[in-house]
Each structure stands twice: as structure tokens, then as C-alpha cells.
Design a protein around this ligand. Structure first.
Ligand code: NAD
Length: 496
């Protein structure tokens, strides 16, 4: 018998509390109401947070770092705890997946098959890379031995967005802890239900109290962390606008180190020598409408070579018709709700703007929704989009696909790179030389050629480090370099 997720949701504890110093605490500040994306109904009330809570979390994280309860623990201890944490996350798969689905409106099936397994895998990956971080050693003339020392920064603050709440948090927490730092994590105020549970599970896995703290709130709490004189490093996932703000906050405070993973407007380029167009259509849909298009790497600009454009577009439209809106808590649903009423209105506003600007609306899904007050927007496709139009330039972060024709390779590259973003890109071609040529010219931190596989959380599931070019970010996550970012580098010279 399949699980009755709706019944389970009724019994779920949806109280939002901070987790500071190993203890649950109420969140202060003005009340914020949380509505469930699936039906728009009131879910819970939380505080909007107080800067004193962030200050206290930073102070406890600093104390923990100084006394060495974690920062001076052996590599093996840290690995053991992270592995155990990954196992415990998997043991709570159903509960955590339900929280993610209820909180963000994503299909329960996605949360069960991707979000939670990828969150656990992130902790395992950090545990595995922990003993592979080597500095350089230099001993050329027998008078001295010089080497690089990697040390944890100290207190790391993490600020994350709402589209994959637990996974984005894990990408900050796991490498930061593996490197020996203490952490204060602030989830998005739009999806606050799950992350603090991760901190509690970490303590159960053996992480000393005070090393990982979760504080809730919106921009003011994020800003307090970004300006905090006792935060050594800030790692962020969210919009480019907020990323720029954090750069200023760092500069105006203590020049804390930054890793910024920001927005994108990825091109999906289909050449007329692409493999099987059915597979291309599948690949485009999988990457444009996954998580209802709320993915930083969603390839929302589809550039198709003129000769095959009409045929491919017809195939895409035929396939998108099966992408029906469904209640995220029904196991068969593959396409759920957007995160909030405000975001729903923002995306609908872009669709209206696209029509006003003269783009041709070629697909607008059925308006039948599981609950009239849920935050649904069906998969939408515009053809004949001009590169100057707002829907082609701005990150919509929703289920809106912009199709543009191109003449030749040079034209495709010019359109693809005509954006302030440089996060990711996809290209489809059977010409090996062209594949290598265009990957040299595409301005993107992550390029996939012939994206026939299921989307993963990053290049080869996080084994390679990745980071945005241009205004998509600074620094990298994943791989050894992603772990290295959570350490400072000191050059040591020892005269013999
Ligand atoms: P956002 O920038 O509005 O918010 C992200 C986080 O920053 C939230 O926790 C928010 O409370 C906090 N914040 C907002 N204003 C702040 C301020 N002035 N000072 C300090 N903190 C502040 O982004 P969002 O709407 O939550 O997420 C969507 C964005 O995230 C999109 O642009 C998307 O592309 C990006 N994103 C990027 C990646 C990546 O890996 N590059 C991954 C997921 C999402």
C-alpha cells in the first residue's frame, strides 16, 4: 500500500524554532505566517528573528571553535560523524521528504528520490574528501622547507535560498564541518521547516553542541550575519542581487571571505546535428521544468537551429502536455506548486510581460489546479522570443521556457553568452569538434553536452567543483576545491 502523505502531513510537527548551542529555542521578532504552497492554507506561525539570536549563535559557535571540541578533533572523528549523519538522514527519509514537499510545494516523489538522498550524499562526499586536501611543499635549496598549511577559518555563516532547502544547507554545512569550522546557518524564511532538524540530527550523530547552529529570519538576520565582526567566512546561495549586497556587507565589516552561488539564465543550445530529437525534447523538459523551473541551472532559454526549430518545438509541446499540475503530496505527481503566493504572482507577471512584449505564447498548461488557493503556475512556453525582451534577459526562476532560433554556431554562441549570468549551459550536437569548440567559448561554470541523463545536483553529483562565472557567483562548491574554500592558507617557512 502506498503511503498516505496527506494524513502524515496532518500529524507533522511544523513548529519553526532556532537550534542554538544544541538546544531548541523559540524564534523572536514580529510574527511571520507560513502558508502551504499545495493548498495555500495556513500552516504555521514563526518569528521573523532577532539579531540578538544571530549574535548569540555566533558567540556559541566561536566558543566551540576556540575550545577545540570539534576544530581540534581528529580527521577520523569528523569523518565518522559526517558518515553517521548521512546514515541518520537516510533513516529519516520519509519524514524529511514530507517536510520538504509541504514546505516548498515540490512533488513528494522528487523529495524522496532526489532532495534527501542528495543531502545525505553531500555529507558522505565531504567525509570522503576530508583526507585529500594537500598543500604544496617546497624544498629546493636545502636551506629551508616551505609548506602550505590549511586551517579552518573559524566561524562560518551560511545563508541559503528556498528551492532545495536541505540540500543547499548541506552544501554549506558538510564541507565547513569537515574542515573543522563552526557554523551558523540561516535558511530562507520561505522554507524554514526542515533545516534545524538537520542540526539536531548532527548532534545525534556525535557533533558536539554549539558547533552547528540554525537561526531563522529574513534579510535583516542575513544582513546581521554578513556584517558580524566575528564571522570569518560567509557562504551563500541565492539571488545575484543579494550576493552583491553581501559583497558590500563584507567590505563594510571585517572583509570576511565569501563564496557566492547566485542566479542563472542558462541556455540550452540545439544544433541541427543533435542526436535523436525525442531525447532532446525529453532532456529539455527535464531540465527546464524540474522543481517547477525553480532551479538555478534551469535551462530556460532554448536556442534551436532554424532548420529543426519547428519540428523540435512541436515535440516539446506534445510532451509538456503530459506535465500536469498535481498535489505535491500525491506520489504520482511530477509537477507541483511554486514556493509562495508572491513568487507565483511574480512568475505570472513575467508571463504577462512576455505577451505584452510580443513573444508568441505557444503553450500554457491547463488552469485546472488541485486546490484553487494553491500556488500553481503551469508549464509555459514562448516562441519567437527576442533577446532584448525581459523574459529572455531576467531570471524568472519559474516554469517559463523562452525559445529562440539561431542561424549558425557563431550566432548561437552570441545569443547564449548575451546575459549577465554564467552559471550553466547545455548543448546538443553529434559533432565532437563542435562540442569541444563551443565549450571553449560558452561563458558558464558548468556545461553539459547532450544532456540525456537525469539531472543531478551538480557535475557528476558533486565530485567536480563548480561555480558561476560573471554575475552568477564567486568561488566554487563541490570537489576538493570546494572543501579547500572552507580553509585559510598559511605559508610556513622553516629554515634548516
Ligand atoms: P534571495 O537572494 O532572495 O534569498 C536567499 C537568502 O538570502 C535567504 O535566506 C534570504 O533570507 C537571504 N537574504 C535576502 N536578502 C538578504 C540581505 N539583504 N542580506 C542578507 N541576507 C539576505 O534568493 P531566493 O529567492 O531565496 O533564491 C532564488 C535565487 O537563488 C535565484 O536567483 C537562484 O538562481 C539562486 N540559486 C542559486 C544556486 C546556485 O548554486 N548558484 C542554487 C539555488 C538557487
Amino acid at each position: 500500500m502506498s503511503t498516505d502523505w496527506i494524513a502524515k502531513a496532518r500529524d507533522l510537527n511544523v513548529q519553526v524554532r532556532n537550534f542554538i548551542g544544541g538546544r531548541w529555542e523559540n524564534v523572536g521578532g514580529a510574527p511571520l505566517e507560513k502558508y502551504a504552497p499545495r493548498d495555500g492554507q495556513f500552516l504555521t506561525q514563526m518569528g521573523s528573528g532577532e539579531t540578538s539570536e544571530a549574535d548569540r549563535a555566533v558567540a556559541l559557535a566561536r566558543t566551540a571553535f576556540h575550545d577545540g571540541r570539534w576544530s581540534k578533533s581528529s580527521l577520523q572523528t569528523r569523518k565518522d560523524v559526517l558518515y553517521k549523519l548521512a546514515n541518520l538522514i537516510e533513516r529519516r527519509l520519509e519524514n524529511l521528504a514530507l517536510i520538504e514537499s509541504l514546505d516548498g510545494g515540490k512533488p513528494i516523489n522528487d523529495a524522496l528520490c532526489f532532495d534527501i538522498p542528495a543531502t545525505a550524499a553531500t555529507f558522505r562526499h565531504s567525509a570522503e574528501t576530508g583526507d585529500k586536501l594537500f598543500g604544496k611543499v617546497f624544498s629546493a635549496d636545502f636551506t629551508n622547507l616551505s609548506y602550505q598549511l590549511h586551517r579552518p577559518w573559524g566561524v562560518v555563516a551560511g545563508i541559503v535560498g528556498w528551492n532545495f532547502p536541505l540540500l543547499l544547507a548541506a552544501r554549506k554545512i558538510a564541507p565547513a564541518l569537515m574542515a573543522g569550522n563552526s557554523v551558523v546557518l540561516k535558511p530562507s524564511e520561505l522554507t524554514s521547516l526542515g533545516t534545524a532538524h538537520l542540526a539536531e540530527i548532527a548532534v545525534e550523530a556525535g557533533l558536539p553542541e554549539g558547533v552547528l547552529n540554525v537561526v531563522h529570519g529574513g534579510a535583516p538576520i542575513g544582513d546581521a550575519l554578513a556584517r558580524h565582526p566575528d564571522v570569518d567566512m560567509l557562504t551563500f546561495t541565492g539571488s545575484t542581487a543579494t550576493g552583491k549586497h553581501l559583497l558590500i556587507a563584507s567590505g563594510q565589516s571585517n572583509m570576511k571571505r565569501l563564496v557566492l552561488e547566485c542566479g542563472g539564465k542558462a541556455p540550452n543550445i540545439v544544433f541541427d546535428d543533435a542526436p535523436d530529437l525525442e531525447a532532446v525534447a525529453d532532456g529539455i523538459l527535464a531540465r527546464a521544468f524540474r522543481n517547477q523551473g525553480q532551479v538555478c541551472t534551469a535551462s530556460s532559454r532554448v536556442l534551436i537551429q532554424e532548420g529543426i526549430k519547428d519540428e523540435l518545438l512541436q515535440r516539446i509541446i506534445r510532451k509538456v502536455q503530459s506535465l500536469k499540475l498535481g498535489d505535491p503530496l500525491q506520489p504520482e505527481t511530477r509537477y507541483g506548486a511554486l514556493v509562495s503566493a508572491a513568487h507565483q504572482n511574480r512568475v505570472l507577471g513575467y508571463i504577462k510581460k512576455g505577451e505584452e512584449e510580443g513573444a508568441r505564447l505557444v503553450h500554457r498548461g491547463s488552469s485546472a489546479v488541485p486546490f484553487p488557493s494553491g500556488f500553481y503556475v503551469s508549464a509555459t512556453i514562448f516562441d519567437e522570443v527576442q533577446p532584448t525582451q525581459r523574459i529572455a534577459r531576467e531570471e524568472i526562476f519559474g516554469p517559463v521556457l523562452c525559445v529562440m532560433p539561431f542561424r549558425d554556431e557563431a550566432h548561437a554562441l552570441q545569443l547564449a553568452n548575451d546575459t549577465i549570468y554564467g552559471l550553466s549551459a547545455i548543448a546538443w550536437t553529434c559533432d565532437l569538434s563542435r562540442a569541444h569548440r563551443i565549450t571553449q567559448s560558452l561563458n558558464a561554470g558548468w556545461i553539459v553536452v547532450n544532456a540525456t541523463s537525469r539531472p543531478t545536483g551538480g557535475p557528476t553529483g558533486g565530485l567536480l567543483s563548480v561555480g558561476g562565472l560573471k554575475e552568477s557567483g564567486i568561488g566554487v562548491e563541490g570537489g576538493i576545491e570546494g572543501l579547500e574554500a572552507f580553509t585559510s592558507r598559511t605559508a610556513v617557512q622553516l629554515f634548516l
